[in-house]
Design a protein around this ligand. Sequence first.
Ligand SMILES: [Zn+2]
Ligand SMILES: [Zn+2]
Length: 129
Amino acid sequence: MDDKAKSIVKVVVIVGCLIAAVVITAKYTNFGGNPYEGERPLKCTSCSYSYVLDAEQYKELVNEKQAETISFQLPPIDCPECGEQAVVRATKCKKCGSIFALEEAGGKFEDECPECGYSEAAERFKKKK
Ligand SMILES: [Zn+2]
Ligand SMILES: [Zn+2]
């Protein structure tokens, strides 16, 4: 492979990565689809305070924050309890109702409840079989 061909391959790889990044960002920032229809569980990683915003409130908050930070990433959200910018997206367990941050889920599935072990993804996985 000569140098010219190599650089073309490089460009193709970079463009491919960029497209993938945009698609992933769009998917997770939910401008279209909404995997948590209606509510947004959130959790403070600093004081463990958890709360739920409805989709509209959450969207407004994120839009406001994104305007400040000029970023498509989920911006840091201040905790209403301790004031730290340590609030992250969380999941509410469908079974026991406990709210946990995705990074707290210790199991095989990213939405596995640390309290009762219930995971919606696991249930779906079981059903598919
Ligand atoms: Zn807090
Ligand atoms: Zn649970």
